[in-house]
Design a protein around this ligand. Structure first.
Ligand code: ATP
Length: 429
């Protein structure tokens, strides 16, 4: 199957057209040192795939056939920057003062006593490194040594798989060894419009039960990456098709109504996000909302989603959704933005929209909430605590109450300037 003739591919042009100048300069410096130290050095992983695909990617991963950390130290000495060595893994991270970061790994060469004796042996450290990777398209390397700078090293026919839009594992037990690769396969399928080849799909299907034995944080990490890409709904469908969902949510409850909820959440969330002039700086929590929706029909749904959280932000999102569901708030089609602000001020957009979908509010209420979320980003600070002091109001919890009231009044167009706000306060407090 894989005996297509090897073609020599040079990626110099792609490197020049796709990578920023400062990264290219660094690669050249790496090449110089590689030649000086006589180490074979390679660019590996996602950046190689993306260069071939013509996509931007600035995650520079380098493999050195030899002592990677020592090579990294030499680089830092000659070029500058700091090195952090992770002894246990034989890796080093090289951080330049410009902020650029390069990961440098040692390919294992200890089994090969005479690395320079034969060209095939020469690549065996690299081969081993590449063979541990997930898919052929991610298992290519680009040589950086000067006379071969830019040459593609494609031991597993990844180049051909890219041209045929295929996701293919390197060996049959790949998914059994690491079931998170199934999630990765779906991620790359959706991102690139590729498809697993038949054998890879079959291997994924027969390995899904191993997901049970996989650590939750590792699954959660790959799930978060998968669901944070552009096509989460399609990805979930694909996971279902492979049989993954049954092993994530313990109950087979992925039905059409759930797909519809998840679709609606994405629609409404994308709609609001696209209308924000100042998008929030924190990492989107949308992916955890997909999980909340996915688990929503289970009695202990929230507990189960909690096992997939990666950080406190995720946990907080879940807590917010729970609090909104448990709160005795009254929503009606007559809610103004100001009245919604009273209730929803402290909740993040994702939580509010997930709650909106879970409650299956009628359109009018959902529209009110959407409008409110867009308006709330532009609330000006008409007054502050000092203004209240100047009005002789005794400091205390009343301050935040008044400040919030002014925000609500602003949304309801009852006040629009500092003067009006002060007048309003004088009248009411
Ligand atoms: P992205 O463009 O999303 O960053 P990537 O290919 O760079 O994708 P990473 O998760 O950053 O993906 O991993 C970098 C490289 O490490 C991959 O290209 C792949 O070769 C390898 N890799 C990552 N995770 C695994 C895994 N679970 N099993 C095998 N190889 C992996």
């Amino acid at each position: 199957k894989n005996n297509a003739p090897k073609i020599k591919v040079s990626l110099i042009e792609k490197i020049n057209s796709l990578l920023p100048r400062d990264i290219i300069d660094l690669l050249i410096k790496i090449a110089n040192l590689a030649d000086k130290t006589n180490y074979p050095v390679f660019l590996v992983g996602g950046i190689v795939r993306d260069l071939i695909l013509g996509r931007r990617n600035e995650d520079v991963d380098v493999v050195v056939e030899g002592d990677g950390p020592a090579f990294a130290s030499k680089l830092a000495k000659e070029v500058g920057g700091d090195i952090r060595v992770h002894e246990k893994f034989g890796t080093a991270t090289w951080r330049l003062h410009s902020g650029l970061k390069i990961d440098i790994t040692s390919a294992r060469t200890e089994y090969y006593d005479f690395p320079a004796a034969l060209p095939t042996v020469h690549l065996s450290g690299l081969r081993e490194d590449l063979y541990r990777r997930d898919f052929t398209i991610n298992a290519m390397a680009i040589q950086l040594n000067k006379d071969k700078f830019g040459d593609l090293i494609d031991l597993f026919h990844g180049y051909q798989d890219i041209s045929q839009k295929k996701i293919r594992t390197l060996y049959n037990l790949s998914f059994v060894e690491d079931p998170t690769r199934i999630l990765r396969a779906v991620r790359f399928e959706q991102r690139f419009g590729f498809e697993m080849d038949e054998q890879t799909f079959d291997l994924a299907q027969i390995s899904v039960d191993k997901i049970r034995l996989t650590s939750k944080p590792r699954l959660a990490y790959e799930l978060s990456r998968l669901l944070s890409e552009k096509h989460p709904v399609e990805s979930l469908k694909r996971l279902d098709e492979i049989g993954v969902l049954n092993f994530l949510i313990t109950v087979n409850s992925y039905d059409n109504s759930m797909i519809k909820q998840i679709k609606n959440f994405k629609l409404i969330f994308d709609n609001v996000s696209s209308q924000l002039t100042n998008p929030p700086t924190n990492v989107s929590q949308a992916w955890i909302c997909y999980l909340v929706l996915l688990f929503s029909k289970l009695d202990n749904g929230f507990e189960q989603v909690n096992m997939f959280t990666l950080n406190n932000e995720n946990k907080k999102t879940i807590e917010e959704i729970k609090a909104l569901l448990e709160g005795k708030y009254h929503f009606s089609k007559n809610n103004t933005s100001g009245s919604l602000h009273h209730t929803l001020k402290n909740y993040r957009i994702e939580s509010i929209l997930c709650f909106t979908i879970l409650k299956q509010f009628p359109n009018k209420i959902a529209e009110n909430i959407t409008r409110y979320l867009i308006e709330r980003q532009a609330i000006p600070k008409l007054i502050n605590g000092n203004d209240l002091k100047a009005l002789n109001i005794n400091p205390g919890p009343i301050y935040s109450k008044i400040l919030q009231q002014i925000e609500c009044d602003y949304l309801d167009k009852k006040v629009s300037s500092k003067e009006e706000a002060i007048l309003m306060i004088k009248e009411n407090y």
